[in-house]
Design a protein around this ligand. Structure first.
Ligand SMILES: *[C@@H]1O[C@H](CO)[C@@H](O)[C@H](O)[C@H]1NC(C)=O
Ligand SMILES: *[C@@H]1O[C@H](CO)[C@@H](O)[C@H](O)[C@H]1NC(C)=O
Ligand SMILES: *[C@@H]1O[C@H](CO)[C@@H](O)[C@H](O)[C@H]1NC(C)=O
Ligand SMILES: *[C@@H]1O[C@H](CO)[C@@H](O)[C@H](O)[C@H]1NC(C)=O
Length: 706
């Protein structure tokens, strides 16, 4: 289908001699539209695409492209080169193939679930929040002219290349209903820490819905909220960080294109109103501020995608009409769910504003089972695992060869992912991004990368690996189990010592080594390599190495009454500047005081636990007591390896610092699946190091009576 703004305009629109006037933001034209084509005096009818014209505030503006002029002049103008070069990708719009691996789409829904369930346990923060005290200097004119500010135009590809690596300020301005509702805030000091660690950008997700002082037709954003967002944007830009502001969870509140009763007219009006106001407030910011249309918009079909494409046009038009530097600002567009395949199949390149720099973004949380700790998948990193990601990257590149792209969210959070496997993932993912020219912004919900309260990194080795990989350096990595058929799992991110075992020398093994480590320091800065309490030797295959922590050092940590837990975190520095940690963990199976619990029908079930090693579970196996010992989880998991068979998806289960958690949905799944004749479900919680759940293993059982 040609997407020609002029030729597709039927006379039907011109023939509508309607005297009534359309309200601000109202629709005023488009194929199939039969309402008024005239706007109230303060607005101009503006075309977005053949299907949608809208009343935008302000007088008719002389535009450099025919596509931005009002409907009545558009229809009489010639077809310009801008309009005819649209939709060169029309062949993609008719494709109906869908990929069988739906990692990114399925993960996005799960991420929301897991985000809200983890945050539900947080205590509300009392941190005071600053907003700009210099509001008087703001240029809030509606004329689109900037009295202050400087702007050096930059191409989308240059901007995207410069913003890597970036960090999300997640679960903060996007939290519902307010900034601190999910336990976070963000401060200038956080931005200093982010900048000094080598991050080049922040993505600042913002949910606007709960900060509107009126609903339609104006949808006025509370200026106090705009002040707060602007304050952090200014602090970020001041530090030279590229900064991305978006419309975030409004995607499922107001802009779910796939919602059963979606009113696209209303959706378009509201979306335009929000972007006009955001565009206006930020129009005089420098070129390092980017606007991203909308986060993970829902929808499943071509019709939903078409609506989203319309919204991309509304986004471009609204921010352009707001004026200032916006016509040259880099804009970030996206497809349904920010999933790669839906974007590949349905995204349409905008035809309007040909001089506007823009690029695309997608989110990547794959493979889902590994990233979200589902079905016992705690192992990752084979060549096949990497090839699966690469295959998806290749398809994107094949479809969008010439479109600059960044991965707006990805992660292998220490909350969900075993560390040695997580480090491999950071390294491999970043290198694949380098190879395909994608920039990236890692997700951070305030509980996986930066602890914004203490302003320290939860897990500094991850940042080290990320920065090193961005720079194209080889990372030394902790070796770990890769074999999906294994019955136990080892990880050299840890040295595990079982309570009661004799204290002997223990080893950790490394890959990609290029010489020995420089130092191995305790948390108090003692170098065990220098003191001889740690030794190092080359491994049996090239580029591998073995660190031996000596019995003499363990003897200083482990006595007969030492309580289990993480006894020490050693920092290992290697030649290329990368740092890994090695946690010394004394462990035995955790315990709960009452392992038999009656089913409850509402709310999450928190089961107090005494951790006795690493303070989080690795996986949960579940079966009923019927004769067949039916799995609580998906039956097909019988085909998976010994550490995955019968394991449940996360979301059904979770944890916090003092309890194991069965979520309301998990309990409901147990009830729903219970086979005839069963009286209870037995849940076997496994911990690291994983060695199954038989009696004597590092696991504990909880029985839920039905
Ligand atoms: C705007 O937000 C501030 C801060 O939450 C609040 O105090 C104020 O009442 C809001 N204004 C309106 C008009 O709702
Ligand atoms: C959809 O929204 C428009 C604009 O607000 C409104 O005029 C129309 O009545 C709505 N349609 C339905 C079916 O609610
Ligand atoms: C474009 O994306 C589609 C849908 O994901 C995929 O089937 C196709 O192989 C991709 N094209 C190229 C050239 O990679
Ligand atoms: C936990 O329950 C499973 C399933 O019934 C059983 O195979 C296993 O031996 C039990 N483990 C422990 C530690 O009791």
């Amino acid at each position: 289908m040609r997407f020609d703004l002029v030729q597709l305009w039927p006379l039907a629109i011109l023939s509508q001699l309607v005297c009534s006037q359309q309200i601000l933001w109202g629709q005023c034209g488009g194929i199939g539209y039969t309402g008024s084509t005239r706007c109230v005096a303060t607005a101009t009818c503006t075309s977005y695409n053949p299907y949608y014209y809208q009343c935008i505030p302000g007088p008719t503006q002389k535009s450099t492209t025919s596509s931005t002029t009002p409907i009545r002049t558009t229809t009489s103008s010639k077809t310009t080169s801008t309009t005819t070069k649209a939709m060169t990708t029309s062949s993609t719009t008719t494709k109906t193939t869908t990929r069988t691996t739906t990692s990114s789409s399925s993960s996005s829904t799960t991420k929301l679930t897991s985000a809200s369930s983890t945050t539900s346990t947080k205590t509300s923060s009392t941190t005071s929040i600053k907003t700009s005290s210099t509001t008087s200097t703001k240029t809030s004119s509606t004329t689109g002219i900037c009295a202050t500010g400087t702007f050096t135009p930059v191409s989308a590809s240059a901007a995207f290349a410069s913003l890597m690596p970036g960090l999300n300020i997640g679960n903060t301005f996007d939290a519902i209903p307010d900034e601190t509702s999910w336990g976070n805030t963000v401060t200038p000091a956080n931005l200093d820490t982010i900048k000094s660690r080598g991050f080049k950008s922040i993505r600042l997700p913002v949910t606007w819905e709960y900060h509107l002082i009126s609903q339609g037709p104006s949808w006025t954003i509370n200026s106090t909220w705009l002040d707060r967002v602007e304050y952090i944007v200014d602090e970020s830009l001041k530090r030279g960080l590229w900064t991305i502001v978006n419309i975030h969870h409004d995607s499922w509140i107001s802009f779910d294109t796939g919602a059963a009763n979606a009113n696209y007219t209303l959706m378009n009006e509201k979306f335009s109103a929000l972007w006009s106001q955001i565009g206006d407030r930020f129009k005089c910011k420098g070129e390092r501020l980017l606007f991203e249309a909308i986060n993970e918009p829902g929808g499943e079909t071509q019709a939903h995608a078409q609506q989203l494409n319309t919204m991309m046009g509304l986004f471009m038009t609204s921010v352009n009409k707001a004026g200032g530097f916006n016509p040259k600002r880099v804009l970030v567009l996206n497809g349904l769910g920010m999933s790669m395949d839906k974007t590949e199949i349905w995204f349409q390149r905008p035809s309007i504003y040909p001089d506007q720099p823009w690029g695309l973004t997608f989110h990547y949380y794959g493979p889902y089972d590994f990233i979200f700790g589902a079905w016992g998948k705690t192992i990752w990193g084979t060549e096949d695992d990497k090839a699966a990601i690469e295959a998806e990257f290749k398809m994107w590149k094949g479809n969008f060869t010439d479109i600059p792209t960044f991965v707006g969210e990805w992660n292998a959070s220490p909350k969900n992912v075993e560390r040695a496997a997580g480090w491999r993932y950071y390294d491999a993912f970043t290198k694949l991004c380098n190879k395909y020219g994608f920039s990236h912004i890692i997700w951070d919900a305030g509980n996986d990368n930066l602890n914004r309260i203490t302003n320290t990194w939860f897990e500094p080795a991850s940042q080290s690996i990320l920065m090193n990989a961005v720079a194209g350096n080889t990372n030394v990595l902790a070796d770990s189990t890769l074999d999906g058929g294994a019955t136990t799992q080892f990880s050299s991110a840890y040295i595990f010592h079982k309570v009661g075992d004799a204290v002997t020398d223990k080893t950790a093994t490394y890959i990609n080594t290029n010489g020995a480590p420089i130092s191995v320091k305790t948390s108090t800065g003692v170098d065990l390599l220098a003191s001889g309490q740690v030794g190092y030797s080359a491994g049996s295959t090239p580029s591998t190495g073995v660190l031996t922590v000596k019995q003499s050092y363990f003897a200083t940590l482990i006595g007969s009454n030492t309580a289990p837990g993480v006894l020490e975190t050693l920092n290992i520095a290697w030649g290329a500047g990368e740092e890994l940690t090695l946690k010394i963990v004394l462990y035995k199976a955790p315990t709960v005081s009452n392992p038999t619990i009656p089913m409850q029908t509402s709310g999450d079930l928190h089961i107090p636990v005494q951790y006795a090693g690493l303070p989080f579970p690795a996986a949960v196996y579940g079966e009923y007591d019927d004769a067949a010992r039916t799995y609580v989880s998906d039956d097909w998991t019988v085909w998976l390896g010994p550490l995955q068979k019968g394991r449940w998806v996360s979301g059904n289960w979770g944890y916090d610092s003092s309890s194991l958690i069965l979520s309301e949905s998990g309990l409901s799944n147990i009830r729903a699946k219970a086979p005839a004749g069963s009286t209870k479900a037995i849940l076997a919680w496994e911990f690291f190091p994983r060695d199954g759940f038989a009696v004597g293993s590092n696991a504990l059982n909880i029985t839920i009576t039905l």
